[in-house]
Design a protein around this ligand. Sequence first.
Ligand SMILES: [Cu+2]
Length: 172
Amino acid sequence: MKMKTLVSAALLSIAVLPLAHAADMAGMQQGSGHGIAMQPAAEATPPAGVTASDCWIRLLPAGLPAGGYLTIRNGGARTVTLTGIHADAYGMAMLHQTTTDKQNRSTMAMVQGLDIAPGQQRRFSPGGYHIMLEKPAKTVKVGDVLPISLLFKGGQSLNVQCSVRPANATKP
Ligand SMILES: [Cu+2]
């Protein structure tokens, strides 16, 4: 257990993993020791004016990590910072960002904190910001609706229901 913590810390410090675009989900399976894991479920006190919508999870076969996508809108008066994710159905839930360079090479990186300014909307989608979900705690099937908690700096959190979609889905 102690060793695993050390490995996690080492991987966090690397944080950027070059990956082929098509294999972005598959490639992460190797690195399942990294990330912000097992944050306790908090009582949901959302930051003022912040809402989340259109949450969906893309289920992949063969135990590959699932991707979570949604839109977060800040209708409040101050900037909020998304710092982590908690999902009851998964032992590990991480904030990731995929970026693609001019040569069409994709890179997936850990996101330590995502600021959302007043009036701003952040859309998570395949090929961009996503929630990486690993270590399912139960069998997850297409059609399930799973709760996810968005954890914000300062200890606030927002709960959102996410529908589970098949591997070929590209939007909610
Ligand atoms: Cu990822």
